[in-house]
Structures are given as C-alpha cells and as structure tokens.
Design a protein around this ligand. Structure first.
Ligand SMILES: Cc1cc2nc3c(=O)[nH]c(=O)nc-3n(C[C@H](O)[C@H](O)[C@H](O)COP(=O)(O)O)c2cc1C
Length: 192
C-alpha cells in the first residue's frame, strides 16, 4: 500500500466563478504533504446516451480512468432546485455504466457544498442516495455545508470566513482518517 494518496476532486458546477470549485481549491491547499488532489473537468461530458455506454465519448473515458485511478473522491456539490446539479448527475450516470465496470464501488468519498440559505443540504441528501446505490463509501460525518457561501469567499475564491475555514480543516482531517480506516480494512480483508 503506497503512502502517497491521490484524491480526485469533482465539482458539480462548470461556471468559472464556481464557489464549489473554489471550495475544492481551498481543500487542496489544506491537504497534508503526502496527499495530492487534482480537479476533474466535467465541461466536455455530453448528455448521457445509453446507446454509447459500451463505447463512451473520450471525455467520459478520461473521467472514468481518473476515478478508477484515484484513492478517494471529493465531491463539491452545488444545490440546484433542491437537488444536485444536472451536470454532476449526468456525469455520474455515464460513469455508472455498464454496472459491472463502474469504478465507484468501494471508493472512499466525501461530499461538501457551498450553497445558499441551507448550504446545499438537499443536494447532499440526494447525492448520498445516489452514491449509496453505486456503493461509494461516503464519509457520513462531519458534514460540510457552507450556507450563504457568496459572503464567505473573496473575489479570488479564497475562503475568508474563519468558522468555515475551521470547518473545512476539520472536514479534511476527518476525511484523511476515513480514507486511512477504509484502506486498513481493505488490506486486512485482502490478507485474510
Ligand atoms: C439553476 C439553479 C438552481 C438553484 N437552486 C437552488 C436551491 O434550490 N437551493 C439553494 O440553496 N440554492 C440554489 N441555487 C443557488 C446555488 O446553489 C448557488 O448559486 C451556488 O453557489 C452554485 O454553485 P457554484 O457557485 O459552485 O456555481 C440555484 C442556482 C441555480 C443556478
């Protein structure tokens, strides 16, 4: 088991000023030295078409390989109309097919949101339901919901609210423990 950990960050928002993408960048800066985080690019993923599930477009193949190769996934999920964004759901649908070759199963994951009044709680609830169906191992707690997020980042995308910064730091530390625990359980099971 390698000591280096690679996390793939997946933002459900494509806009240049996305606060969810910014949240991932802030998380990136808080990781310990042995952990790297790269950001997936969902902008080239077309609408899902099941006719193509056995020969998906290149952007989907790239994302699938990135997910399969990552030690863990960190999702930043915006709330759109009381749910997760269509951009993210569409990407998940592509990656979930065909079911016997989907790379989410058994993958350690965590979900966080920068949102409006309730911080994305409804988006996360729907995300967790989808993730359970795909057998992702999503950290149950702590939850990271940043309500009124627009007021908590500066124009450069830096999280400037001290309480939110503390919450993000604690969330990242808990995620590191979650990944470690799952990796230990996995290697113990493999050596049995
Ligand atoms: C189509 C759309 C629907 C939205 N619906 C909700 C909503 O139901 N609840 C909420 O709290 N915010 C809602 N918002 C606000 C977004 O969650 C907020 O703008 C968030 O910052 C978007 O993520 P981003 O900054 O990463 O792009 C909505 C925004 C859009 C564009």
């Amino acid at each position: 088991m390698s000591a280096h950990l690679h996390i793939l960050g997946i933002s459900g928002s494509l806009r240049a000023g996305s606060l969810n993408t910014a949240l991932l960048r802030n998380a990136q800066a808080m990781l310990p030295a042995h952990v790297s985080l790269s950001l997936a690019d969902l902008s080239g993923i077309p609408l899902f078409n099941q006719d193509l599930e056995h020969a998906p477009p290149e952007a989907v193949q790239t994302l699938k390989a990135q997910i399969a190769g990552a030690d863990a996934l960190l999702f930043a999920v915006p709330e759109y109309n009381y749910s997760l964004s269509g951009v993210l759901k569409n990407a998940i649908d592509w990656i979930s097919r065909p079911p016997e070759a989907q790379p989410f199963a058994g993958k350690p994951a965590a979900v966080m949101s920068a949102g409006g009044r309730f911080g994305g709680v409804r988006a996360q609830a729907h995300f967790r339901q989808i993730a359970a169906g795909l057998e992702m191992l999503v950290m149950p707690k702590p939850e990271l919901l940043i309500p009124q997020a627009k007021q908590k980042f500066n124009s450069a995308g830096e999280l400037i609210d001290p309480e939110a910064c503390d919450q993000l730091r604690a969330f990242i530390e808990a995620f590191m423990r979650w990944i470690k625990r799952l990796r230990q359980e996995h290697s113990a099971a493999a050596s049995r």
